[in-house]
Design a protein around this ligand. Structure first.
Ligand code: MG
Length: 208
């Protein structure tokens, strides 16, 4: 944890998720800075790993993090897919349900007053959202449709000077799916964004 701007209140390695320490540190830096310009929001809560990194940053500056997820798992989390985890399967419902895990982890981290879960489809929330964002983290579905909807639906809400983070950006297709890379390229090509830093598969861009 030595590399983190702010220490975490629990051992994040015990939390299911796909974010590593260096990426979490970059998210903390971006959230601390972005929170000065507007609300902080992430798409793709899963079990709360990134929400804990970002939430601690928000807590330190008196900001909050809105954390959106339908909690039914992305395509790759469904049974038979590469990233399915049967611990997250609700047998009675016959569906994925990551929400109880998120709530448990936020409570354990002392972040229930800082991280505000929004349960629903990102695009449905984006279409009705008002107010500026200072920090936006896109880590939702990895289909082209989902990634584009997140990019198109949310980046217009980002205030000038605000920071956009995108996870799972893989320039080499052999390393992973392309949609997060495609929206990252789209952001750079738009001339609305300039790259701030690249940490593993995380990219942080500033809205001009
Ligand atoms: Mg991810």
């Amino acid at each position: 944890m030595a590399d983190l701007p702010l220490p975490l209140p629990l051992d994040v390695d015990q939390i299911k998720g796909f974010l590593d320490l260096e990426e979490g540190a970059a998210l903390q830096r971006a959230a601390i800075e972005g929170a000065k310009r507007g609300a902080c929001l992430e798409i793709g809560a899963y079990c709360g790993k990134s929400a804990i990194y970002i939430g601690v940053a928000c807590q330190s500056v008196g900001a909050v993090l809105f954390s959106i997820d339908h909690h039914r798992g992305s395509e790759e989390n469904q049974p038979g897919w590469e990233y399915h985890d049967s611990d997250l399967w609700d047998v009675a419902e016959g569906a994925m349900d990551t929400l109880p895990h998120l709530r448990r982890n936020l409570r354990a981290a002392g972040l229930e007053e800082t991280v505000i879960p929004i349960v629903g489809r990102s695009a449905a929330v984006a279409a009705r959202w008002g107010g500026n964002l200072g920090f936006l983290f896109i880590d939702g579905g990895h289909t082209m449709e989902a990634a584009l909807a997140d990019y198109r639906g949310w980046t217009p809400h980002l205030a000038p000077g605000g920071l956009l983070a995108i996870h799972d950006v893989f320039p080499d297709p052999a390393d992973g799916g392309r949609p997060p890379f495609e929206i990252y390229q789209r952001a750079l090509a738009s001339d609305l964004f300039a790259e701030v830093e690249a940490v593993k598969s995380l990219r942080v861009l500033r809205r001009m």
